[in-house]
Ligand binder design. Structure first.
Ligand code: AMP
Ligand code: ZN
Ligand code: FE
Ligand code: FE
Length: 286
């Protein structure tokens, strides 16, 4: 009997609200066989999740969601099975976190110009970080805006200020998704394009397939049934892996953004394929 995997979840290592072990417990409750831990630009949550997975008999797929830019918008590339101790890869993630930190400072400066008195200290006050490489993101800034009474919901924070078309949105230069694919491959991982339905840029998807993309997250909490059918068939046509992810971030102000763990799931056979390159890599080194 084959079980199911939810391959895209966030923890307190980035902008999720639950610690890594809790995601694994929720995966068990949801009846899943496997769960991916894919925090933004960090692998800091993986070890805790792997340990909990061993206790509960849930397979934990080590992952990361890399922030890149193409065509002026954020594009997320998921990396699975990367060697999370590879020093070159870790240094590359550090560079991404530096850009992210600068971006956060720029957005706060922009909010201040707009008359919203919010500081980085206030953002950090609402966040519990336990490991050095954990990341801060826009949801944390949104939380501070709510706490200070400038907006009354996450939606309002993103719509008015922090989202793509918000007045405080800043997007400094970042790596191109093709670069993320290369980094993931060099770290023994498998590269999957996250939520392509959100980009409205199918020429980019084709371009990335040409750049060695290994899979497409056809099933995602924010995809329409049409998106899901389209990207699953595109992946199949090119012989790419098809993945599914809830993009779980926990609950903020009573709302689950994206979806609960298990909201999107795929037969767990894909997990082995996502980890194949890592195995080959290890075999080559021994
Ligand atoms: P960042 O990586 O700091 O740019 O933040 C990106 C995260 O913000 C995404 O992973 C989403 O979880 C969250 N996000 C993006 N748009 C919205 C929105 N409209 N409402 C709530 N959260 C959002
Ligand atoms: Zn996020
Ligand atoms: Fe994403
Ligand atoms: Fe995500």
């Amino acid at each position: 009997m084959s079980g199911y995997a939810d391959l895209h979840t966030h923890t307190t290592a980035s902008d999720g609200t639950q610690p890594p072990a809790e995601n694994v417990r929720l995966a068990k409750e949801a009846g899943l066989a496997a769960i991916g831990i894919t925090d933004h630009d960090t692998v800091a949550g993986i070890q805790e999740a792997v340990e909990e997975g061993e206790k509960l008999g849930i397979k934990v797929v080590p992952g990361v969601e890399i922030s890149t830019v193409a065509g002026g918008q954020d594009i997320h590339v998921l990396g699975y099975g990367i060697d999370e101790r590879d020093p070159v890869f870790l240094d590359r993630l550090r560079q991404l976190r530096d850009v992210r930190e600068t971006r956060n400072e720029m957005m706060i400066a922009r909010l201040n110009e707009l008359g919203l008195a919010v500081t980085m200290e206030e953002v950090l006050a609402g966040v519990s970080k336990t490991r050095p490489d954990e990341t801060i993101g826009r949801p944390h800034i949104a939380q501070a805006l709510i706490a200070k009474g400038y907006v009354s919901s996450m939606e309002e924070a993103f719509e008015r200020y922090l989202g793509k078309t918000g007045v405080a949105y800043v997007n400094p230069p970042r790596i191109h998704p093709s670069e993320a694919i290369r980094w993931i491959h060099e770290a023994g991982g498998t590269a999957v394009l996250a939520h392509p339905g959100l980009y409205h840029d199918d020429p980019l998807v084709d371009e990335l397939i040409g750049e060695g993309l290994d899979g497409i997250e056809a099933y995602h909490s924010d995809h329409t049934p049409e998106d899901e059918a389209k990207y699953a068939s595109l992946a199949n046509r090119h012989g790419l892996l098809v993945t599914a992810g809830s993009d779980y971030h926990g609950e903020r102000h009573g709302q689950v953004f994206h979806g609960p763990i298990g909201n999107r799931r795929i037969a767990e056979d894909v997990v082995e394929k996502l980890l194949e390159r890592r195995r080959e890599d290890r075999a080559n080194h021994s």
